[in-house]
Design a binder for this molecule. Sequence first.
Ligand SMILES: *[C@@H]1O[C@H](CO)[C@@H](O)[C@H](O)[C@H]1NC(C)=O
Ligand SMILES: *[C@@H]1O[C@H](CO)[C@@H](O)[C@H](O)[C@H]1NC(C)=O
Ligand SMILES: *[C@@H]1O[C@H](CO)[C@@H](O)[C@H](O)[C@H]1NC(C)=O
Ligand SMILES: *[C@@H]1O[C@H](CO)[C@@H](O)[C@H](O)[C@H]1NC(C)=O
Ligand SMILES: *[C@@H]1O[C@H](CO)[C@@H](O)[C@H](O)[C@H]1NC(C)=O
Ligand SMILES: *[C@@H]1O[C@H](CO)[C@@H](O)[C@H](O)[C@H]1NC(C)=O
Ligand SMILES: *[C@@H]1O[C@H](CO)[C@@H](O)[C@H](O)[C@H]1NC(C)=O
Ligand SMILES: *[C@@H]1O[C@H](CO)[C@@H](O)[C@H](O)[C@H]1NC(C)=O
Ligand SMILES: *[C@@H]1O[C@H](CO)[C@@H](O)[C@H](O)[C@H]1NC(C)=O
Ligand SMILES: *[C@@H]1O[C@H](CO)[C@@H](O)[C@H](O)[C@H]1NC(C)=O
Ligand SMILES: *[C@@H]1O[C@H](CO)[C@@H](O)[C@H](O)[C@H]1NC(C)=O
Ligand SMILES: CC(=O)N[C@H]1CO[C@H](CO)[C@@H](O)[C@@H]1O
Length: 821
Amino acid sequence: MAHLLLLTTAGFLLSANAQPAPSVQAGISAAIKDAAKATGPLDYTAFVNPFIGTDNFGDVCPGASIPFGMAKFSTDLTGYAPAGYVTDPTQFIRGISPMHDSGTGSSLGTYGNFEIMPLLCPDGFDTCTTSLAARERLRKLNTDLASPGYFAQTLDNDIMIEATATRRAGLERFTFPEGSKPYFVLDLANDLPESFAGGNMTIDPDLGRITIGGFWGSSFGPGNFHYHAFACYDLLDNGAQTLSEYGVWTADAFGLDAKGLGDLSLNLSINLIGGVYESGALFSYAGTPKQVNIRVGISFVSEDQACANAESEIGTSTFAEIEAQAKTLWNEKLSKVEIDVPNTPPNITEMLYSSLYRASLTPNNATDETQGPFAGTSSFYFDSLYCSWDTFRTFYPLMSLHSPVEFSQIVDSYIDGWRKLGWMPECRANNLPGWTQGGSSGDVIVGHFATHYHNEAAALGIDLQELYSAAWTDGQVNPPEWNIEGRQSNVYDKFGYVPFAVLDVSSTGRQTREGSRTLEYAFEDFAIRQIAQVINNTADEALFANRSLNYRNVWDPTVESDGFKGFAQKRYSNGTFFFTNPTTCSPVDNVTTECSLQDDNISGFYESSSWEYSFFAPHDMAHIVELMGGNTTFINRLNHYFSAGYYGAGNEPSFQAPIGYHYANAPAQTVSRSRQIVFENFDITPAGLPGNDDQAAMATFLSFHLLGLYPVASTTQYLILSPFTPKYTIHNSYLNVSTTVTTVNFDPKSVQQTIPKGAAAYVANVTFNGEPVGRCHLDFYDVFRVGGNLTITVTADKTAADDCLGDLPESLSTGGFATAR
Ligand SMILES: *[C@@H]1O[C@H](CO)[C@@H](O)[C@H](O)[C@H]1NC(C)=O
Ligand SMILES: *[C@@H]1O[C@H](CO)[C@@H](O)[C@H](O)[C@H]1NC(C)=O
Ligand SMILES: *[C@@H]1O[C@H](CO)[C@@H](O)[C@H](O)[C@H]1NC(C)=O
Ligand SMILES: *[C@@H]1O[C@H](CO)[C@@H](O)[C@H](O)[C@H]1NC(C)=O
Ligand SMILES: *[C@@H]1O[C@H](CO)[C@@H](O)[C@H](O)[C@H]1NC(C)=O
Ligand SMILES: *[C@@H]1O[C@H](CO)[C@@H](O)[C@H](O)[C@H]1NC(C)=O
Ligand SMILES: *[C@@H]1O[C@H](CO)[C@@H](O)[C@H](O)[C@H]1NC(C)=O
Ligand SMILES: *[C@@H]1O[C@H](CO)[C@@H](O)[C@H](O)[C@H]1NC(C)=O
Ligand SMILES: *[C@@H]1O[C@H](CO)[C@@H](O)[C@H](O)[C@H]1NC(C)=O
Ligand SMILES: *[C@@H]1O[C@H](CO)[C@@H](O)[C@H](O)[C@H]1NC(C)=O
Ligand SMILES: *[C@@H]1O[C@H](CO)[C@@H](O)[C@H](O)[C@H]1NC(C)=O
Ligand SMILES: CC(=O)N[C@H]1CO[C@H](CO)[C@@H](O)[C@@H]1O
């Protein structure tokens, strides 16, 4: 998703002031250089730059986390900072908190609860700056640090804040200026979306422990629901530290600034005024210790469980021990893809490993931390799935190549959503249902799993019949409110498209996106068809195959734009098309401002234009080529789409476009386009993403391009592009296979925006374990499922390479995807 609210740009054009300490990039560059001399296994965490995407609305959280950690420790800044931290040096720090999401689509932000801020209060307890506005401080410029499992920021008063994490806990270390008495304010009420609905806090001075719990609201979903969250702060560093003063405070921005020295609890059982109300704890330490260590546990179950999580996951371990443990976990994940670092351009190495890092940062593993309908579930449970519409395209396909165990756990969590709520989650965040975007995109995610791992499903704990029932329900059973789950299948079934202005007497939802919802529903139908095929349900396979062609029902052959004819358009229930200029909501549309979920938007396409969405039928591109007038016109049209500025790189509907050439028998043109879009939109700086990372949708889109592959979601087909590296190996330890991809004739000079003449980059031929494979696509079962050596020989002869030699990627209407593998 893009951003729900568009803010004015004033104040945000500060990317020149990159804030990470220069030592971050210097360290990465040195590590890449040293890799050539390395003898033992590489430390892949040394290539990761967690700050990529922390500027330019990338919404990436650079905080300390383990892979899929529920805890992500980051500072929270004022201004536009949905993931907590941003590089903008004019924004103020309000503290560090243990819960965040990365790549969130909510512009207000998400989580940020239980924030703690170190203070200097030279005039004592009663003069401490406790309120949000009074305590905020700028940073000390160019000192921000982060690496996998570690985060640090230094305030302009020279207090350094550091954090490291386990799954549900972490350690915070604060270094104070010489001779100062450490004070801390701990926030009960505040979270980033200002959604506090009531809570408690208790100080136990003997144990040196503060427990907190409360209710907060969604960051990207209806405000009607609340989640319960808890934290446990242990202040004594296993007896090494002594408390001095402690008490509570309340405040607001209008004169309330009250403190209670010695008061031990807050009981604010209800709050109906959102973020206006502020409150929390205030405490200090005896003496003038240079460093203060604080242990934090979190839970979605109870205060007791939050304390137990800190005890079991951290206990008496030191900061260095927890940090080393996090780093080990990250190396396990990052080493699933090993590239030839010495012979790969350094920026590519950094972009790839930073992307692979974010590809395992979220969703947040909240297994055993369940509440509401999921309380006590025996399934795995993942939070921050936002949104399936973003992640089905590349995030789960990348995971499917190397991490079937993790993938199966997340699939289990999707299926459990259907068990407990009736439909699979579309955009679960903050443990609450979030807004639906394209329909029931979870179908594509579980479909991708089923096509790849049906033979191993039972061993991985997935019942394929149940998986199918969950997807079938999404496709066939109309929910009462399709804003939050399922889709408007009643009218879609009746008309073969989602009509605009249609009478729906049995469900509610935002009456928007009828064009793009039809296109997405049709592709979701294809995913359901794929599962039906895997389980030998031939009747349903035919039914859903048929429905997957419904994308054709919103094709208006009469609409013309820039000389190209035929565009997707929304349609009334009487069949008449509703005209929307195909450029509306494209990046060059300077008139329309609202293209997301705003009620007044009537363009018919979600966060994208008809120019872009008209290319969307990943399962049947042969017919799209035909609708657009054949190979040559299709290629001209795709070229025009890029040159006219209609390519919206920062949002997911654009993902399908760059690889379109493959379907018009022009694979070498995909290669040129792939190089161009990577270098135009991605780099290694904080502003190095074209938009919201969307829970690593962008990161995994980039990863596939760098690896020279592109997935057809919910199928086992992968298009062959041109790797940006001479050699890499993908390990799949569950299947106990490794696949090494070698780019023969690799020319580093080809790794730039425009491939120079004479530089080899276009795919001439491909072999797998010595046997020839088609040059345009391959199948998971033939390659990554068995493991071995994939050789991609590239050439500088673009013309010779610009042909699939009779073996186009598959399309449903030309007989593709005929049998399950
Ligand atoms: C207050 O704490 C009690 C005991 O932990 C808990 O049952 C209750 O739900 C809490 N109330 C709020 C508003 O968090
Ligand atoms: C907190 O306040 C609520 C409502 O006023 C009350 O029912 C509850 O007993 C109080 N809890 C404590 C621990 O004082
Ligand atoms: C690597 O990235 C940096 C930062 O964007 C850029 O200045 C530099 O030119 C890039 N190097 C290459 C070889 O592209
Ligand atoms: C999630 O947490 C559970 C419980 O600790 C663990 O068994 C599982 O392996 C974790 N999965 C991932 C993907 O982190
Ligand atoms: C589907 O049929 C094939 C071929 O008969 C068989 O090998 C496979 O086990 C069947 N799958 C299921 C889920 O029944
Ligand atoms: C497919 O759709 C067509 C047209 O709507 C219909 O006539 C046909 O019966 C459908 N086939 C199946 C298998 O549902
Ligand atoms: C279909 O309905 C729309 C909206 O009411 C109307 O403008 C259009 O004329 C109708 N088309 C036909 C063929 O009746
Ligand atoms: C919008 O774009 C068009 C075409 O590029 C241009 O002619 C027009 O001046 C722009 N309008 C505004 C308000 O910027
Ligand atoms: C595109 O070209 C391929 C290869 O020559 C051919 O098989 C296919 O029919 C063409 N498609 C169209 C729609 O012209
Ligand atoms: C593969 O392509 C390369 C470069 O064009 C060429 O030299 C080689 O002969 C080709 N091999 C086969 C088996 O076609
Ligand atoms: C892949 O290549 C390596 C190195 O050349 C070789 O040792 C290995 O046997 C090959 N594997 C297969 C399956 O051919
Ligand atoms: C408020 C707003 O910008 N709404 C826009 C939604 O999209 C249509 C295009 O169909 C515009 O005309 C509206 O201005």
